[in-house]
Design a binder for this molecule. Structure first.
Ligand SMILES: *[C@@H]1O[C@H](CO)[C@@H](O)[C@H](O)[C@H]1NC(C)=O
Length: 276
């Protein structure tokens, strides 16, 4: 059902799209004095064989009338353009063509005053000239008409952003040279000088520090050991453990520590009171 509807619609549309034709299309080249250098007719079905060549001040004139193929009435298309395209550089320029309500079109290219949209031709390569006509209810037209050879022009100006689209030179890092180290014996001599006070301090300390007499007694050693275990746990935390694990292990460790501490304090207390 839907397909049938669509196909009728397509049929209706294609039936509606009528065809345009050009009446007496003609191109004329004159020089600046108005002398006619060349006159050709062109058509939508066949490209002009010989390229159209313009001198620096020559003028190209194109005239044609747009007609309905069926009725022969003049048609004013919504859009009529000439496209100048350089295949090698991929540059193109589009020029609108004025068409009267009766379909009469007139285009003039005066090379004394070339339009800005004309692509540059620094190498003298021919431009492909196409006619583009678009209007509702008619089949669109886009036809290559002829090759146009223009005098050599300045090359296209370089885009100011052009330079930013290239690879930048590679970055080479230069590192500062290593510091110069003194010979090893000298280094060791100074290490000895720096460490000497510590050696003296430790040797003197060993003379004056009182010996912990009861540190290893069976009533105190468990407490000292459990404090050591706490230190070990904190070191383990620093190396590997997560906070939750530390809290759990610390809690488990705190119970024996509590009782060992109580025993140790009681033993010291009774010793102080001379009960022994
Ligand atoms: C072509 O342009 C030049 C410079 O503007 C002008 O002097 C000359 O009259 C123009 N020729 C035609 C036929 O319009």
């Amino acid at each position: 059902m839907l397909a049938a509807l669509l196909s009728t619609l397509v049929l209706a549309l294609s039936a509606q799209a009528a065809t345009l034709k050009l009446q007496s299309p003609k191109l004329v080249v004159t020089d600046s004095m108005g002398t006619q250098l060349r006159s050709d007719s062109f058509s939508l079905s066949k490209q002009v064989a010989e390229a159209v060549e313009l001198g620096a001040k020559d003028i190209l004139k194109m005239t044609f009338q747009v007609l309905d193929q069926e009725t022969g009435n003049g048609v004013q298309p919504h859009q009529t353009f000439l496209r100048f395209y350089d295949e090698k550089t991929n540059e193109e320029g589009i020029q609108p063509v004025r068409v009267t309500p009766g379909g009469k079109a007139k285009f003039e290219l005066n090379l004394s005053k070339p339009p800005l949209s004309l692509p540059p031709t620094p190498n003298g390569d021919p431009l492909k000239v196409s006619l583009i006509i678009g209007t509702s209810q008619y089949d669109p037209i886009s036809v290559e008409l002829f090759d146009l050879v223009l005098p050599k022009s300045q090359p296209a100006p370089e885009n100011p952003l052009e330079s930013t689209f290239h690879v930048l030179p590679e970055i080479h890092h230069t590192f500062r040279a290593d510091n110069k180290m003194p010979p090893q014996p000298i280094s060791f001599a100074f290490i000895g000088i720096v460490l000497a006070p510590w050696a003296i301090l430790l040797s003197l300390w060993s003379q004056v520090v009182p010996k912990p007499s009861r540190l290893f007694s069976p009533s105190i050693l468990p407490f000292v050991a459990s404090l050591g275990a706490f230190e070990g746990l904190l070191f383990w935390y620093w190396v590997d453990l997560k906070l939750g694990q530390v809290l759990l292990y610390g809690f488990m460790l705190s119970l024996p520590t509590f009782f060992a501490g109580k025993t140790a304090l009681a033993s010291i207390g009774s010793q102080r009171l001379g009960r022994k």
